[in-house]
Design a protein around this ligand. Structure first.
Ligand code: SF4
Length: 449
């Protein structure tokens, strides 16, 4: 029996145990709280999509089918998620609800704590919270996607693991305990090998990109590396994804030194700054770094400057080339339609990508969306925004749209993105679904497939 049951609700990609749940589980367990972790996202997917689970668990055996199977998976799940969310909005239960609820009730928990990281988890979480409330079971929620609707239906809202620990009646603890993945059913994830999610710092140290909320204006703290190395060794896994939003050069070299003797393959996310040079990549590749997701954003210097990205197209080009030359696979994350971006600047990004296609292995594109708490939202006129329109939604926080004095509208940018879909896809050396299954990209890079 668990005093506290940790839940990760559907829907997101079921490719690895979730970092947030692993962190909470590890901290509570290390402090002698009777805790259990239940990844309902994985439980849902394994019941609903067994054929996809079977394929993804050994995709390298039939890699030639990956593009087709993964495209089907994404199309089907997108439709299913949307129809389930509509069911919840209409006051009905989503698919497999009784089974998911039974998995919770079977544990007879004193409290059920939900980790809600993505807005795509809000609907299913809402339905579960509602059912638990009706049964008189106390619930706790936390995570970046917690919103008003979830706060209203749950009993407690906590901000981090220290608050959860205090809630469980425990005092001060070490913040840097090793992660413990023993509470997860690692063989059920949709992947041939587990890619461990790890975090080496509290947040991004840069915090200046005008569109970004990831850092939450938190203080930048670097975590000691020995518990991270210990977590990897204890897990006996050989793949690691560092989910940090950004890692400065000196720090990543320390990480490389810690990882090198462990003979693992790893992947991370970085801002393409000139500090990452050929010499640095040589060391990083030698330590097992196989792939990097780069926040390239745009090929236009004016747009990069307006975004306060702190990079230039020329700088990004040389970083991508140096990484590629060292053997590292590059994923380029692009954001089209930043306020005031013109059609010519959109095309400048397309040209930038084509020109650097040799250095790019996968392109991930999105259209800018205005988010609260970003610099663009706080100072709209500085970004040519003349009007912000907020629209109430039933279970999600209000949607935020805007009008700008010049440049492409969000709709224009989306249309252009669709028009250039084929051009963009031609740049990919890996199936585009690996933008969702980044764990698979790491495994494919490491195995050189
Ligand atoms: S986009 Fe990346 S580098 Fe920029 S502030 Fe956000 S996390 Fe930091």
């Amino acid at each position: 029996m668990a005093n506290i049951l940790l839940i990760y609700p559907p829907f997101c990609t079921p490719a690895s145990p979730p970092y947030s749940l692993a962190k909470l589980y590890s901290v509570l367990k290390a402090n002698n709280v009777a805790v259990k972790a239940l990844d309902l996202n994985m439980e849902f997917h394994k019941r609903k999509y067994p054929a996809f689970q079977k394929y993804f668990k050994e995709f390298q055996k039939q890699y030639e089918k990956y593009a087709e199977v993964s495209a089907d998976y994404l199309r089907i799940t997108k439709e299913d998620y949307a129809s389930n969310n509509r069911m919840v909005s209409a006051g009905n239960n989503p698919e497999l609800f009784d089974e998911m609820l039974s998995l919770i009730l079977n544990e007879k928990p004193l409290f059920v704590a939900f980790s809600i990281v993505y807005s795509s988890q809000v609907f299913y979480a809402f339905a579960l919270l509602k059912a638990l409330k009706e049964k008189g079971i106390k619930t706790v929620i936390g995570g970046p996607a917690v919103n008003t609707a979830l706060k209203d239906i749950s009993d407690f809202h906590l901000n981090n693991e220290a608050e959860l620990l205090a809630f469980c009646g425990k005092k001060e603890h070490s913040k840097n305990d090793a992660l413990d993945f023993t509470g997860f059913s690692l063989t059920d994830y949709f992947t041939p090998s587990i890619v461990l999610p790890m975090k080496t710092s509290s947040t991004c140290y840069y915090q200046q990109c005008a569109f970004c909320t990831h850092h939450g204006k938190q203080k930048y703290l670097e975590f000691p590396l020995s518990p991270i190395a210990e977590s990897i060794t204890n897990s006996k896994q050989q793949y690691v994804f560092l989910i940090d939003d950004m890692i400065p050069k000196n720090r990543i070299l320390d990480i490389a030194a810690a990882f090198k003797p462990m003979n693992i393959s790893w992947m991370c996310q970085l801002k393409p700054s000139a500090e990452y040079d050929a010499e640095t990549f040589k060391i990083l590749y030698g330590s097992g770094l196989k792939a990097v997701v780069w926040g390239v954003e745009s090929g236009s210097d004016r747009v990069l400057k307006l975004m306060k990205k702190g990079t230039s197209a020329k700088e990004v080009e040389s970083v991508l080339k140096a990484a590629h030359d060292s053997g590292i696979k590059n994923v380029a994350y692009i954001m089209f339609g930043f306020p005031t971006e013109t059609k010519d600047e959109f095309l400048e990004t397309i040209e930038f990508l084509k020109k650097n296609s040799e250095s790019i292995d996968l392109v991930s594109t999105a259209v800018f969306g205005l988010q609260k708490a970003t610099e663009v939202y706080e100072n709209p006129s500085e970004f040519g925004i003349t009007k912000i329109i907020e629209k109430q939604r039933l279970l999600l926080d209000p949607s935020v749209k805007y009008e700008a004095s010049k440049g492409l509208s969000q709709q224009d940018a989306e249309e252009m993105r669709q028009n250039y879909k084929k051009t963009l896809e031609k740049l990919n050396k890996y199936p585009k679904a690996m933008n969702f299954f980044r764990e698979h990209m790491l495994i494919a890079s490491a195995k050189d497939i």
